[in-house]
Structure formats: structure tokens, C-alpha cells
Design a binder for this molecule. Structure first.
Ligand code: NAP
Length: 265
């Protein structure tokens, strides 16, 4: 990590300011990460998408390339839990301005006494380790004024039975964001987390057993009706919070909630 005595740069805190900046999206091939790629493309950013599945990656590169006037769109298969794979992603990316980590981990759904010990350990460790591994690999490449954004969820604020392992990991991710904001501040690198409510993505559809397409749309509309705003959030609404945190050069150490009021009820 390169430290500096110069203060962090001041930029107009608008998404238009992301034009020409390089953003690396670990988990950029689906859901919130893919939506962030599309929004960044509309802002004219240079985008590096990474995920494990090659077919999903190729489709995502196509969608992001078609979404706007991206300076460049690159795709790399990588497992974000693997430090060597992360080194390769950041070597290829070169100087990076922003990193978004939406790669999660195993769900670990079930009462903590009924899951196997291995399942509990993996659900607690994987998301927090992934976020830490990405931060370690990214920081030597991040320019002053750059940012890292991590993903959490509102169950941290409103725990539900059967979700203990994954909630614990999300809590660790939030703590990690605040600790890294302090540790990376001398490099003028900002770190934040976003606490997402239930957002309509392939992940949430898997949880509800809902397919992509019109039949799944109807099931998701029905499932979201009881929420404060009468529906789940969209992947774009979630992703726009990530662009806000990237663009605003005075946001650091924050856990931003995007949940349409879900955590209030
Ligand atoms: N959607 C919600 O309602 C919600 C609510 C609260 C929190 N969150 C959190 O927000 C994040 C994004 O959720 P989402 O709904 O966008 O999920 P998603 O649609 O399932 O997308 C997850 C992305 O991460 C990639 N990924 C997963 N593990 C990876 C790994 N080890 N290495 C590299 N890439 C990996 C996936 O691609 P591959 O599988 O091909 O690698 C995919 O591109 C997750 O951390 C999730 O827990 C979501």
C-alpha cells in the first residue's frame, strides 16, 4: 500500500465523474454486480467483470458492453476466495479506481444446531474472507480517491431464525469495512459497505424458487407485495448505491442501507 501526505482528491460527487475510471466488479456477472456494470457502462467507465462461471461471464460482458458507452469492458474468470486468482485480476486491471465485491458465499440457511459444523464454518468465513482477500489484493492497485464497496444485508439489523451463520458473516463484513476505512485512509482509499434489503436478483429468485421470465416475475411481485413499498428492490436500485459510494469522494467507513424501509417493520 502506498501512503501519501496529500489529502484525498476532491471530485464532483456525481456518477458522471466515473467516466474513464476503472471499476473492478468481483461478482459482476449476475444480480447487483451485473447491474452495477450496466450503470457504470452508462457512465463511461472502464469495467472489469469477474465471476467463476465462464458462460455467465461471457453473457455479462455482452450485456455490459451493450449497456452504454463504457470506455472498455473486460471479463475474467476468477474465484474471489483465491488470492492468486485475485492477484491475476488486479494485475490485468492495472491502476484501479473502484472495487465492488458482491461475490458472496454459501448460504448456510438452517438452524445453527442442525447444520453441519463445516457448513456453519463455511457460511461464517467465506463472505468475510472474500471481502478481506479482495481488499488485500486491490489496495496496491487503487489510486488515491479510490474506493472499495462491500455487500451486507439487513438481517444484520433484524436477525431471523435459521440465518445465524450468514448474518454473522454479514456483520463481520460491515465491521471489516469500517476497520479497513481507517487502515487504508493513509493511501486515500475509501471503504464502505451496503446493507441490502431483499432485492429481486437471481439469488433472491433462487431463495423463492422463482424462475427468470414472466412466470417468475409474477411470483416475485406476489412475494414482495407485503413489503413497505409493495415490492422487492431492483438490482439497479441496489447498484446505484454502489455508484454513489464510488463517486462521492467523502464517503468512507459508512454502512449504507438500501432496503425500501424493510428494516423498519
Ligand atoms: N439480493 C438480495 O436480496 C441480497 C440481500 C442482502 C444481501 N445480498 C448480498 O449482495 C451480494 C450480491 O447478491 P446478488 O443478489 O447480486 O447475488 P447473485 O445474483 O447470486 O450474484 C452473485 C455474483 O457473485 C459471483 N460469485 C459468487 N461467488 C463467487 C466467488 N467465490 N468468486 C467470484 N465470484 C463469485 C456470482 O458468479 P459465479 O457464481 O459465476 O461466480 C455472481 O456473479 C451477495 O453478497 C448477497 O449475499 C443480496
Amino acid at each position: 500500500m502506498t501512503t501519501t501526505t496529500e489529502p484525498a482528491p476532491v471530485r464532483a460527487p456525481l456518477p458522471s465523474n466515473l467516466a474513464g475510471r476503472t471499476a473492478v466488479l468481483l461478482g459482476g456477472t449476475s444480480g447487483i454486480g451485473l447491474a452495477a456494470g450496466e450503470l457504470l457502462a452508462a457512465s463511461g467507465a472502464r469495467i472489469v467483470l469477474a465471476g467463476r462461471d465462464k458462460a455467465r461471464l461471457d453473457a455479462a460482458v455482452g450485456r455490459v458492453s451493450a449497456a452504454g458507452t463504457a470506455a472498455e469492458v473486460h471479463g475474467m474468470t476468477a474465484d474471489a476466495t483465491d488470492e492468486e486468482a485475485l492477484e491475476a485480476v488486479f494485475r490485468r486491471a492495472g491502476t484501479v479506481d473502484h472495487v465492488l465485491v458482491t461475490a458472496g458465499g454459501p448460504s448456510g440457511v438452517g438452524p445453527i444446531t442442525e447444520l453441519t459444523g463445516d457448513a456453519v464454518r463455511a457460511a461464517i468465513q467465506t463472505p468475510a474472507w472474500t471481502a478481506a482477500a479482495v481488499a488485500r489484493a486491490a489496495v496496491p492497485h487503487l489510486a488515491p480517491g479510490g474506493s472499495i464497496t462491500l455487500a451486507s444485508g439487513i438481517l444484520v439489523a433484524r436477525p431471523r431464525p435459521g440465518m445465524t451463520a450468514s448474518i454473522s458473516s454479514a456483520g463481520a463484513v460491515e465491521t471489516l469495512a469500517r476497520a479497513l476505512a481507517v487502515e487504508f485512509a493513509p493511501a486515500r482509499v475509501r471503504v464502505n459497505a451496503i446493507r441490502f434489503g431483499a432485492m429481486d436478483t437471481p439469488l433472491l429468485r433462487r431463495n423463492y424458487g422463482a424462475a427468470a421470465g414472466p412466470e417468475g416475475d409474477a411470483a416475485m411481485a406476489e412475494a414482495g407485495r407485503g413489503l413497505p413499498l409493495g415490492r422487492f428492490g431492483t438490482a439497479e436500485e441496489a447498484a446505484s448505491a454502489a455508484l454513489f459510494l464510488m463517486a462521492n469522494t467523502y464517503m468512507s467507513g459508512e454502512v449504507l442501507t438500501v432496503d425500501g424501509g424493510q428494516s423498519l417493520l
